[in-house]
Write a protein that binds this ligand. Structure first.
Ligand SMILES: [Zn+2]
Length: 128
């Protein structure tokens, strides 16, 4: 597995991994019924973050966050090669820091498993 650091000399940090459904619902309200900018387009249960299947990354350069999205565009091929779908390829509302692995499941299917309690001891979905 080639890493972003090996290929580009870029160091990434994961800023978000697992986000609970409650956290997702609170985030969805941001910019709608609570203050702040809109940062998500889906309610709780419809983000792959809710199942630990998505990460958001950012470059750390000289010990500071580099918000330049061009870096994320550059490194996206590494994530894609490692099996992730990239939010920068979404048709609407591109999400450059976002990478996810769906294992072929729609979020609605994962939510159904969640609601049926098909979870392991740590709260992760049990796949068939
Ligand atoms: Zn994300």
């Amino acid at each position: 597995m080639v890493t972003v650091e090996e290929q580009f000399g870029i160091q990434l940090r994961v800023t978000t991994g697992l986000r609970t459904i409650d956290e997702q619902n609170r985030l969805y309200e941001q910019g709608r019924t609570t203050s702040g900018n809109i940062v998500t387009w889906v309610r709780g249960g419809y983000s792959y973050h809710n199942y630990g299947l998505a990460i958001d990354v950012i470059e750390i350069k000289d010990k500071k966050v580099n918000w330049d999205e061009n870096v994320l565009i550059r490194i996206s091929s590494v994530g894609i090669r490692n099996g992730f779908s990239w939010g920068g390829n979404w048709k609407k509302q591109k999400d450059y820091p976002h990478f996810e692995i769906t294992f072929g499941y729609k979020a609605s299917e994962l939510l159904e498993k969640y609601n049926k309690g098909e979870l392991d001891n740590e709260g992760y979905i049990i796949f068939d």
